[in-house]
Design a protein around this ligand. Structure first.
Ligand SMILES: *Cc1c(COP(=O)(O)O)cnc(C)c1O
Length: 422
């Protein structure tokens, strides 16, 4: 009793940033609640970006063998070196250098438990740039950046991606948003949620803008090489002589093993600017205290990166190409939905809802809730990624399930077209 009435000192006295306090998972869980349990049909999951549950997206046997070998050797049961195993860091450096005009070294690579821990580490390090530092984030984007920035007490400002220009960064807005407390600009390439793949020219312009503003570029390349359109993937690091670039990545999407939790932070810092700023010290100490990925994953990494055959990646990209064609053609036939640009990479398509054509549906969230209820199809409302009244469709699922999902989406829209109700 006495304890209950006493005033404890650790009261939370500020609210999380309301505009971004729901993760994609939380939003999708909410939509799942609306599923009609009496519907006998399979649920079509077009919301999550995790195709690993589908047998056709099973990871490569070489990757599984590497993990099994590492575990069975009994050589990797100890604590890891604090910054990770040098062999694993070196293997990531070699792997990424294949797409770069120069070679990374093992010391440029820091290992993280997936790309998300990379985001967390970097934003925490940036919080040491001062209490009023801010970072520039894309809209639409990936809400973990906003959440992690909020935890690190870093202000976020948003620039739009331009649908009519392949979802490129609006660099005029970037310049207008930045001030002397701006420390970084984030891009996601290939894009989530837009499926865009940026050209060399655009990446160079981004680097030039960052240089002019005196800020670093954080390039989230978790979908690196998952491309199936005209633009090939070019790493932002190729422009690091213009402005320093920190690349974030992981094996989660490319090897379709998001549960394995292995990723990296890579410093593309040919002029030593990141080192001089002492950001690197903070990254190192944060990683030392938060622990690197499990040792058997680290031990398996050289074998995974070296022995996975190109055939595996060709097969995945071919499946994604077929899926995006199916999805794009399908939505073209639905009048209340439009797609400004067919995706060329990643696993997502973002489409605009024309609510004026629909009866009794207020917004994207209501659309997704009703769709789940009536058709057992799960789609992410655009609001969850910063674009209200759009929808993000994850097309990386089994192709027959995708076709079925698009059919049901179409039927749903037809049923709700204005004027068809009594
Ligand atoms: C999936 C995703 C991540 C998270 O990657 P993990 O390696 O699973 O932590 C980070 N950024 C973007 C843009 C993503 O889509």
């Amino acid at each position: 009793m006495e304890n209950a009435s006493r005033k404890w000192r650790f009261q939370v006295d500020s609210e999380p940033n309301k505009s971004i306090n729901l993760s994609i998972y939380a939003v999708l869980d909410m939509i799942r609640q609306s599923l009609d349990k009496k519907d006998q049909r399979i649920v079509v999951p077009l919301g999550y970006g995790d195709p690993s549950i589908f047998p056709c997206y099973h990871t490569d046997a070489a990757a599984e063998d590497a993990i099994a070998d590492a575990v069975r050797s009994a050589k990797f049961n100890s604590y890891s070196p604090s910054l990770g195993m040098p062999e694993a860091r070196r293997a990531v450096a070699v792997h990424l250098s294949r797409d770069l005009p120069y070679s990374l070294s093992a010391d440029d690579v820091y290992l993280t438990a997936g790309c998300v821990q990379g985001i967390q580490t970097l934003l925490t390090a940036l919080s040491f740039c001062g209490p009023d530092a801010n970072v520039l984030l894309p809209r639409p984007g990936f809400p973990i950046y906003e959440m992690r920035a909020d935890f690190a007490h870093i202000e976020t400002r948003h620039f739009n991606l331009l649908p009519e220009k392949n979802w490129e960064v609006d660099l005029d807005v970037v310049e207008a948003l930045a001030d002397e407390r701006t420390v970084a600009l984030v891009i996601i390439n290939p894009g989530n949620p837009c499926g865009s793949v940026y050209s060399r020219e655009h990446l160079q312009k981004i680097a030039e803008t960052a240089s002019k503003l005196g800020i670093m570029v954080i390039s989230d390349e978790v979908y690196a090489n998952l491309t199936f359109g005209c633009n090939p993937f070019v790493p932002m690091g190729a422009f690091s002589s213009i402005a320093p670039v920190v690349t974030l990545g992981s094996i989660s999407k490319k090897w379709v093993v998001p549960g394995w939790r292995f990723g990296w932070i890579v410093l593309n810092d040919p002029h030593g600017i990141l080192h001089q700023s002492r950001i690197v010290e903070r990254i190192k100490s944060y990683i030392t205290f938060t622990m690197v990925p499990a040792t058997f994953i680290q031990a398996a990494i050289p074998q995974i990166l070296e022995t996975t055959k190109d055939d595996f990646f060709f097969r995945i990209n071919n499946m994604l190409r077929e899926a995006v064609d199916t999805c794009y053609e399908g939505v073209q036939e639905i009048p209340c939905i439009s797609c400004p640009k067919k995706p060329e990479g990643s696993m997502f398509m973002i489409v605009k809802l024309d609510l004026s054509l629909l009866e009794g549906i207020e917004d994207d969230c209501e659309f997704c809730v009703q769709l789940a209820k009536e058709e057992s199809v799960i789609i992410l409302p655009g609001a969850a990624v910063g674009l209200k009244n759009w929808l993000r469709i994850s097309f990386a699922i089994d192709i027959e399930a995708l076709k079925e999902g698009i059919r049901r989406l179409k039927a749903f829209c037809q049923r709700h077209v204005r004027g068809t109700q009594a």
